[in-house]
Design a protein around this ligand. Structure first.
Ligand SMILES: *[C@@H]1O[C@H](CO)[C@@H](O)[C@H](O)[C@H]1NC(C)=O
Length: 505
């Protein structure tokens, strides 16, 4: 792509200039295991990701681990200065459960872990950056895994104990909490399909057991906060769900049903209990029907009691949505090469169009219009809840500093956010770029890079260098604050809209 595309284009014709709302917030995100390093110092316990990277290095495509990662544990002050440099309103990071509670149980806190997060939070606040804290971003304490992990419902109680302590330790300063990052990935990918730690393959069982526990844990955490902390701390609690768009292959009723089912089995299974009060009807009916067909004595889906439904219903002050890409779905068909293993109970097979531009990740093609569609689906499905886009970003293999493809991604996807806000009335309050830094991309190790800042993983000091996208993002944020903001060009003949952004170079 030519650099000129991202350089200022002044428009001589009347333009349809959308701005982000005055109170719209921008941030960047990371997750503890992907950036912190310091995996075994000052009393930190082992997590399932420490365990799998050390004991099954073949699980990680480049054989790497996150023992040091970006070493953010040792770089609080410098990193916060980088955040300040790009003018973000907030920083989304996660707390490593096993850094604070090495065994996962809250009777034995680790003082150094509490110190570390206090210093990070204080440094952010001193620099005018709001912390948005994820309580759980996949790094389960290994000791709790040895009790069975998320498929064991006792984990819900242990999570609430942990959350209670987080409110106690940090709730005077942290006002924005996310309980879980991407429960589908925590559950199906980890316990049904085995593509994330702890890599269990209990297809059609593990994922649902886990989903039940996670939803109970979320609901109880929300209720605990209302009861014990809301009045004094006055914060907000949400949950983040991964929301790809699933496009029907054709207009046929069968294809539409396949695509809709994927949305329900991946997104609705978590959002529906929270916003409506139970699993989506199609999820309950299909899993129950299939379980009977399979001669099981009980459904693979764990039903909620009425009390549990009440506990979970209305348990989010905002909905975090992570979005990267789009899939095309059709009724289940063995000939289709699926990009990722997905829940099959919805009877769909999903793939991506080879013609769509590809990012570095195997599952990741660029489809900006899919972003707008999923934001609209969420609006219709759950009565236009407040949404914070908690992740969106682009991966490459090069880590190049003149990262025009990443800039183009942000431009085209942010344009769709503007369209969703202004043309469709979606209630979107914030946008979070993934990621602040190049980091440990789970099973892909350090190969796939999502950062606005390049990190040199060969250098012991892990120096960071701003990519061009960091400056473009800063401009997008700053222009918004000045109310000059982004301009979109009227639809061109292809119906596409090109966001015009300012590039410093
Ligand atoms: C921590 O782990 C590193 C490997 O990442 C190892 O070299 C070091 O000895 C360990 N330190 C302690 C205190 O166990």
């Amino acid at each position: 792509m030519k650099l000129s595309i991202v350089i200022v284009i002044l428009l001589s014709f009347k333009c349809n200039g959308y701005e982000f709302p005055e109170d719209f917030k921008f941030g960047v995100a990371t997750a503890s295991f992907q950036v912190e390093g310091a995996w075994n110092i000052s009393g930190k316990g082992e997590s399932i990701w420490d365990y799998i990277t050390h004991n099954n290095p073949n699980f990680i495509h480049d054989g790497s681990n996150a023992d040091v990662a970006c070493d953010t544990y040792h770089k609080t002050a410098g990193d916060v200065q980088l955040l300040k440099e790009i003018s973000v309103d907030y920083y989304r990071f996660s707390i490593s459960w096993s850094r604070i509670f090495p065994t996962g149980h809250t009777y034995s806190p680790n003082a150094d872990g509490i110190r570390y997060y206090n210093e990070l939070i204080d440094e952010l606040l001193a620099n005018g950056i709001t912390p948005l804290v994820t309580m759980f971003h996949w790094d389960l304490p290994q000791a709790l895994h040895e009790l069975g992990g998320w498929p064991n419902p006792v984990l819900a109680e242990l999570f609430v104990d942990y959350a209670d302590k987080l409110f106690e330790y940090f709730g005077d300063k942290v006002k924005n909490w996310i309980t879980f990052n991407e429960p589908y990935q925590i559950c199906d990918f980890s316990y049904s399909d085995g593509i994330l730690a702890p890599a269990y393959k209990q297809k059609g069982i593990g994922g649902y057991l886990c989903s039940y526990t996670v939803l109970i844990a979320h609901g109880k955490t929300y209720q605990l906060y209302q009861k014990r902390y809301k009045e004094t701390q006055n914060g907000r609690i949400g949950i983040t769900i991964q929301g790809p768009w699933f496009e029907p292959r054709t207009d046929s009723a069968e294809d539409k049903k396949a695509a809709e089912n994927m949305l329900q089995f991946m997104f609705g299974i978590f959002a529906h209990p929270i916003y409506i009060g139970d699993y989506p009807k199609v999820v309950r009916e299909e899993v129950n029907r299939l379980s009977t067909e399979e001669n099981r004595r009980r459904s693979r889906l764990i039903a909620f009691t009425p009390q549990e439904r009440d506990l979970i219903k209305d348990s989010a002050d905002f909905l975090g949505v992570n979005h990267y890409t789009t899939f095309i779905c059709t009724p289940r068909n063995a000939e289709i090469q699926e990009v990722l293993p997905m829940n099959t109970d919805g009877g769909a097979s999903c793939y991506q169009d080879d013609e769509w531009a590809a990012a570095a990740s195997r599952w990741f093609r660029l489809v900006p219009w899919g972003f707008r569609k999923v934001l609209n689906w969420v609006k219709e499905e759950y009565n236009n809840p407040e949404v914070i886009i908690t992740e969106n970003g682009y991966s490459d293999l090069t880590g190049e500093l003149r990262d025009c493809d990443r800039i183009s991604y942000y431009n085209s996807y942010l344009t769709e956010v503007l369209n969703a806000i202004h043309e469709d009335g979606c209630n979107i309050a914030g946008y979070t770029a993934w990621s602040f830094l190049d980091n440990f991309e789970w099973v892909n190790g350090y190969r796939e890079k999502f950062g606005l800042y390049y990190v040199d993983f060969e250098d012991d000091d892990r120096p960071r260098t701003a990519k061009m996208s960091a400056y473009v993002y800063k401009n997008i944020i700053s222009l918004t604050q000045d109310k000059l903001t982004l301009i979109t060009r009227p639809r061109d003949s292809n119906g596409a809209e090109q966001l015009v952004s300012f590039c410093l170079y």
